[in-house]
Design a protein around this ligand. Structure first.
Ligand code: FMN
Length: 402
């Protein structure tokens, strides 16, 4: 009998040890302490923005890297975001005398050093320990606008401080809790953010296969929403999207307009009719984007829809464009197709991972250099000249002209 009790006790102890190990392994707290984002603080050498992706894969954990890099489904749309720029050509111009083109421009009265801003992206802490505060420092040093996601890893206060007075826009994912929405918009206003971006293309998360395979859970807190509306650390992206307001309609744009004096930008437009709806609801600008190919796989490359949307908007409000911008020629083609400015998502995060705030500056500096080169070769003195340029549809795409 004594022997039997002893064996049962031993089995119980073994069971408890196994359970404890499994629990600790799954605990978000442990995932957090195990997650090693980059802490680099250095200038980076860039030959081509596309090279950065492979370099970042070497230095941050696979789960975080796949979340940042990945697109939805088989990534057809994500790939087309960049390849569709090849459907039109820029006809070189000579004897123009252009040597030092002016790449500055303005948006909502704010002057920026180049027509490229940082797109809002969640969880920069996956890339670098300085998170969005580091990005904001770099973006400010580059002379352009930082867009800050609701799902940032730094607080809105930290990001505002790190921006040192440079222009910042706040991107809102509406929560189901209207009070929270009101409070966070007010907070962004009080902290000096200059516009509110309302993202409308994510009523549900895209089918991010890599994240599912990795069983990816955010290892870090999203401090601007955590505890206020939901638990964020240890959650997968699906749960986080599910917690936000997903039955969006033009009334949400009208509601946002009624609670803020800041310009409201509606982000995630891919259809001319939706651009029209957003403008009727009061949008002060339209952000043409397919979320970097992270939402609907099987959608066109974002650039393919730009001329049609620009024609419908007909300069009533400014157009911001993103998804797939990697080179000067992409910036040029987007502006020649109706965008006022463009934004970059992944390249900013890659710069941050590889060099901290200095890496972010290097990404923007490289784009400045590449855009200037394209402008010289295309005979464009300034951004207005790019807007007047007719692109040449080629046999690859046969895209319609503006
Ligand atoms: C890691 C990551 C997180 C993102 N998070 C958000 C977000 O929180 N809010 C949002 O409006 N867009 C988000 N986006 C989409 C970007 O704002 C932007 O539309 C996209 O990255 C542009 O494509 P690109 O990465 O090819 O430049 C995210 C994109 C990435 C890559």
């Amino acid at each position: 009998m004594k022997r039997l009790i002893f064996i049962l006790c031993m089995l119980l102890v073994v069971f408890l040890i196994v359970w404890l190990v499994a629990y600790i392994h799954k605990s978000p707290m442990v995932q957090n302490s195990e997650y090693q984002a980059s802490n680099r603080d250095t200038q980076i050498v860039i030959y081509d923005i596309d090279d950065l992706e492979g370099e970042v894969a070497q230095i941050i954990p696979k789960g975080g890297f796949d979340y940042i890099r990945g697109g939805a489904g088989t990534e057809q749309t994500m790939m087309r975001n960049t390849t569709s720029f090849d459907n039109v050509d820029i006809v070189p111009r000579v004897l123009t005398g252009v040597v030092e083109p002016n790449i500055t421009t303005t948006i909502f009265g704010t002057e920026i050093a180049l027509p490229v801003i940082a797109a809002p992206a969640a969880a920069h802490g996956l890339a670098h320990v300085s998170a969005e505060a580091g990005t904001a420092h770099g973006v400010a040093a580059a002379g352009t606008i930082m867009s800050v996601s609701t799902y940032a890893s730094s607080t809105l206060e930290e990001i505002a401080r790190a921006g040192r007075g440079a222009p910042q826009w706040f991107q809102l994912y509406l929560s189901k809790d209207e009070n929270f929405n009101r409070q966070i918009v007010k907070k962004a206003e009080d902290l000096g953010y200059k516009a509110i971006i309302l993202t409308v293309d994510a009523p549900v998360g895209g089918n991010r296969i890599a994240d599912l395979r990795n069983d990816f859970k955010f290892p870090l807190e999203m401090p601007n929403v955590a505890k206020k509306t939901m638990k964020t650390k240890g959650q997968g992206i699906g749960k986080i999207f599910a917690a936000s307001k997903n039955d969006l309609s033009p009334y949400d744009v009208m509601w946002l307009k009624s609670v803020t004096k800041l310009p409201v930008i509606v982000k995630g437009i891919q259809h001319p009719d939706d651009a029209e709806l957003a403008i009727l609801a009061g949008a002060d600008a339209i952000w043409v984007s397919n979320h970097g190919g992270r939402q609907l796989d099987g959608a066109p490359g974002a650039f393919e829809m730009l001329p049609e949307i620009a024609a419908r908007i007909n300069k009533r409000v400014p157009i911001i464009f993103d998804s797939g911008i990697r080179r000067g020629q992409h910036i040029f083609k987007a502006i020649a197709s109706g965008a006022d400015i463009v934004a970059i998502g992944r390249p900013v995060i890659y710069g941050l991972a590889l060099g901290g705030w200095r890496g972010v500056v290097d990404v923007f500096d490289w784009l400045k250099k590449d855009l200037r080169r394209v402008m010289v070769l295309a005979g464009a003195y300034n951004i207005e000249d790019i807007k007047q340029t007719k692109l040449h549809p080629n046999s690859a795409g046969g895209m319609c002209e503006k």
